[in-house]
Ligand binder design. Structure first.
Ligand code: HEC
Ligand code: HEC
Ligand code: HEC
Ligand code: HEC
Length: 190
């Protein structure tokens, strides 16, 4: 019995050494499941606190799966940037199995929501990702076959494929903040 226990300890320790946790935006993020935008709608689509769901639905990210052709909708090369949580816990698998995770949803910028959706007004469980420049550049980079290196003109007049300052203004729910009379704290310059 004792010998088995020691063997178990050795095997377990070796396993940890051989397979360390994957690095991610937050160490916690790997275990937290993706839940899909429908869950966010329950709490984030009110005129009093902001219609974030309607705002997202009207934007380009909500349509990111629809722009793919039939065969592309099955191509792992495309899915990682055109769906939600592809290859991650409870994320997109296929159109048949996980239709509600198609498109680039809230959680691709705010992080997997399994913990946060248990938030109460007086106990808000923070998200594990913050939408920063690096979050966007996971998809907005030259690996994208539609990458246009001249899409944006930056503040110095140089052409660039992605300019965070301009892109985030288009995407940080500016209309929602305008409607509720509150500025986004992270970008603050709308
Ligand atoms: C049960 C209700 C509830 C659900 C479901 C919910 N939230 Fe929230 N969320 C809140 C509350 C309460 C706050 C605090 C601010 C407020 O009152 O609007 C908040 C704040 C936030 C914030 C700002 C604070 C932070 O952690 O960054 C973001 C972003 C956010 N929610 C995104 C989401 C997303 C994405 C989903 C879906 C995965 C979601 N929420 C689902 C209740 C909820
Ligand atoms: C690294 C992330 C990434 C990968 C991989 C990727 N895309 Fe995209 N795709 C994007 C981004 C970001 C955009 C938005 C356009 C932009 O800003 O460059 C986009 C836009 C598109 C569009 C819309 C083009 C337009 O001008 O409206 C189509 C169609 C598309 N991608 C098809 C594909 C296909 C097919 C694949 C797989 C072969 C693929 N994408 C793989 C990130 C990616
Ligand atoms: C393309 C990325 C992206 C997507 C997709 C996205 N958001 Fe956001 N969101 C942002 C950015 C950027 C901000 C502004 C920065 C900040 O204040 O956190 C923001 C801000 C917010 C806030 C306010 C945070 C605060 O500090 O008051 C809430 C709530 C929120 N988003 C909810 C959602 C919900 C719900 C969805 C989906 C229905 C969604 N977002 C989809 C990028 C995104
Ligand atoms: C998971 C991948 C992914 C992430 C993360 C992501 N995007 Fe996108 N984004 C896309 C895809 C795919 C499209 C094209 C969708 C379409 O054509 O319908 C797109 C389109 C856009 C567009 C419209 C095209 C353009 O370049 O003018 C803007 C603006 C944009 N994204 C900004 C952002 C910003 C800002 C962030 C970070 C806060 C972000 N995106 C995060 C995948 C992503």
């Amino acid at each position: 019995m004792k010998r088995l226990l020691i063997l178990g300890l050795i095997v377990g320790t070796a396993g940890l050494l051989l397979f360390p946790a994957q690095p991610s935006v937050s160490d916690e993020a790997d275990d937290i499941a993706f839940v899909g935008a429908a869950k966010c709608k329950m709490c984030h689509n009110k005129s009093s606190s902001g219609k974030f769901y309607d705002d997202w639905e009207a934007g380009p990210h909500a349509k990111a799966f629809e722009v793919l052709k039939d065969d592309e909708k099955k191509d792992p090369k495309c899915l990682k940037c055109h769906t939600t949580g592809y290859g991650m816990k409870d994320g997109f698998v296929s159109l048949e199995e996980t239709e509600k995770m198609a498109g680039v949803q809230c959680e691709m910028c705010h992080g997997p929501g399994e913990k946060h959706i248990k938030s109460k007004k007086d106990n808000v469980i923070p998200h594990v990702w913050k939408p920063v420049e690096e979050t966007c550049k996971k998809c907005h980079n030259e690996e994208n076959p539609n990458w246009d290196p001249n899409r944006y003109t930056d503040a110095d007049g140089n052409k660039t494929g992605f300019d965070y300052k301009q892109a985030v203004k288009k995407i940080n729910h500016g209309a929602v903040f305008e409607a509720i009379g509150k500025k986004p704290p992270m970008t603050g310059d709308l």
